[in-house]
Write a protein that binds this ligand. Structure first.
Ligand code: ADP
Length: 361
């Protein structure tokens, strides 16, 4: 192999190259890039980064063009980066997909668990009043007891337990209507105080039977309000029922009706077990029941507050709760008195105060 070598100011010279040795040098690792951007230089011009070609060509050195190397590098780098970025993207998407799947599966499992608890609770709640009704009815049929007062007490229990059954069935039926989007309300102008009194009357017997004192203050000066009376009564009964169930050893419940700006506010206060800060944000969720042992040992379906919330929202109102563990709870239903009459600013200012403070009532 022959190579022509030029040197400034001198005629060109022809040199014979030991091809084998040169190629061995050229093909050595790191010597030359794929595009062959190399040059032979005189040993006297060679720098420390050039490669001397050995005894076969003592005056020559091999220079690997740095721009060629960097060009090759810059040609390769973007592709490598693209592969790395694609891999990272695929991995991220896979991990995110797996997370979503895990979250959905967990939610479904939780819902399935809540549903099976719900079925067990409903069965239990149906069984208890039915057993009482049957027992008292059979006793009365046998002509016992002789004392008319005791007999009246039995009859009261039968009526009260039947009402409890009706409430439970109404809750379940209304919930299924809400779920299927078929729940509707019959609005008309009504005296809210009369509805509060009716609900108090319905609960008076079961409360008294368990030693509760129910204080009612429905004396607020309110005009007739556009509501569905059955739905509002159902909401109040659900709150009273909860106050009864979660009172622990406390035996006082207050039911109130006042006017607060553009709203009529129905309040139910108890001095019972209260709700912890962890559970409080979730009590209006369907099937949700607090995780405390007191709640677990109390029968319930986890639907009562879901329905109350739905009813109140459907009336353009909202519900708040003030509660603390061991200090009791106050639930307040806010119903707009007259949406057309009240100023929008007053309504939205009051709605903005919808907070659930951790303080005791
Ligand atoms: P439940 O049938 O379980 O009573 P609700 O929807 O009415 O269902 O209530 C949801 C949960 O909120 C209850 O399981 C209970 O943990 C909590 N809760 C509701 N009302 C009260 C209350 N007055 N005092 C304490 N906890 C309450």
């Amino acid at each position: 192999m022959s190579i022509a070598v030029r040197r400034d100011g001198l005629p060109p010279a022809l040199v014979v190259v030991d091809g084998q040795s040169t190629f061995t040098q050229l093909e050595g690792p790191g010597r030359c890039d794929a595009a062959g951007r190399c040059a032979l230089v005189l040993a006297s011009d060679a720098g420390s980064s050039d490669y001397f070609l050995g005894s076969a060509l003592p005056g020559l050195a091999l220079r690997i063009a740095s721009d060629g190397a960097s060009a090759a590098a810059s040609r390769w780098w973007p592709r490598e980066r693209f592969y790395v970025a694609s891999l990272a993207l695929v991995l991220t998407l896979t991990i995110f997909g797996a997370y979503l799947l895990w979250r959905d599966v967990r939610r479904e499992l939780r819902l399935a668990d809540m549903r099976s608890q719900f079925v067990a609770s409903v069965s239990h709640e149906l069984k208890t009043p039915l057993t009482a009704i049957r027992m008292f009815a059979e006793t009365l049929r046998m002509g016992r007891p002789a004392d008319p007062k005791v007999r009246d007490g039995y009859l009261d229990t039968i009526v009260s337990e039947s009402e409890r059954l009706t409430r439970l069935l109404n809750n379940v039926l209304d919930f299924s209507r809400i779920e299927s989007g078929g729940k509707s309300y019959q609005f008309a102008c009504h005296d809210l105080a009369a509805i509060v009194e009716t609900a108090a009357h319905t609960m008076r017997y079961p409360l008294a039977k368990q030693g509760f004192e129910l204080a009612v203050d429905a004396g607020g000066d309110l005009p007739p309000i556009r509501i569905d009376p059955d739905a509002i009564e159902q909401a109040i009964l659900n709150l009273l029922d909860n106050a009864l169930k979660y009172s622990g050893t406390a035996r006082r419940i207050e039911l109130g009706l006042q006017r607060q700006g553009p709203y009529a506010v129905i309040s139910v206060r108890d001095w019972g077990i209260g709700i912890g800060s962890v559970d409080r944000p979730r009590i209006f969720e369907k099937f949700f029941r607090a995780t405390t042992p007191e709640t677990r040992s109390t029968p319930g379906t986890g639907l009562g507050l879901t329905l109350v919330d739905h009813i109140v929202r459907s009336h353009g109102g909202f519900i708040t709760v003030e509660t603390a563990l061991g200090a009791g709870s106050t639930f307040r239903i806010h119903l707009p008195i007259a949406v057309t009459g009240a100023s929008d600013a007053a309504l939205s200012a009051a709605a903005d105060e919808r907070v659930m403070p951790a303080s005791a009532p």
